[in-house]
Design a protein around this ligand. Sequence first.
Ligand code: PRP
Length: 187
Amino acid sequence: MKPYSPDEFSKTLWTAEQIQQRVRELSEQIRADYAEMEGEDAIVAVGLMRGAMPFMADLGRYMDIAMEYDLCWLSSYVNSDRPGEIELVQDVRTELEGRHVLVVEDIVDTGHTLKFTNELFGSRNPASLRTCCLLDKKPRREVEVPVEYVGFTMEEDEFVIGYGLDYAGRYRNLPYIGVLHPRMYQK
Ligand code: PRP
């Protein structure tokens, strides 16, 4: 099997060290905010598959408060006649009523995915519902959605990969975030 080659990427946006530093800061902020909330229960962190996996693992690792993990698998209908429609592939297994739910996502792009989860989980009467996104990619937003915790903001519409973000299933396992070289997707 071939290793990734440096010429597959045009630049690094955030190194592994910068990401870990920012995730640690987010964990501290979340920990402080949730310490103010009513209730003894653990937070229910819901990671959106598949991109949120490394982010959610690291976020929890830096937090010394009780946190349960669950996963929700969503899929968008790309290049179809149903733009913005989201398919629920696999729902969470946790009963969310009365719980403090924190949705964990790698990137908010058009906003349709988070609009969908806000409606889906919001309808289950959680005690609170907040969202934590590593990247907030502003230029392609189609629907406005609240995101309480943001790691990094992107002002450019760049094709980002690494730390959960993929192109055709690849690059998710990189510890840093880079921009994919256009020749990788322009045939
Ligand atoms: C990507 C990403 C977010 C979503 C954001 O998921 O991981 O979940 O798109 O896009 P939006 O704001 O335009 O809705 P994708 O459907 O590619 O699945 P993945 O997590 O498996 O990569």
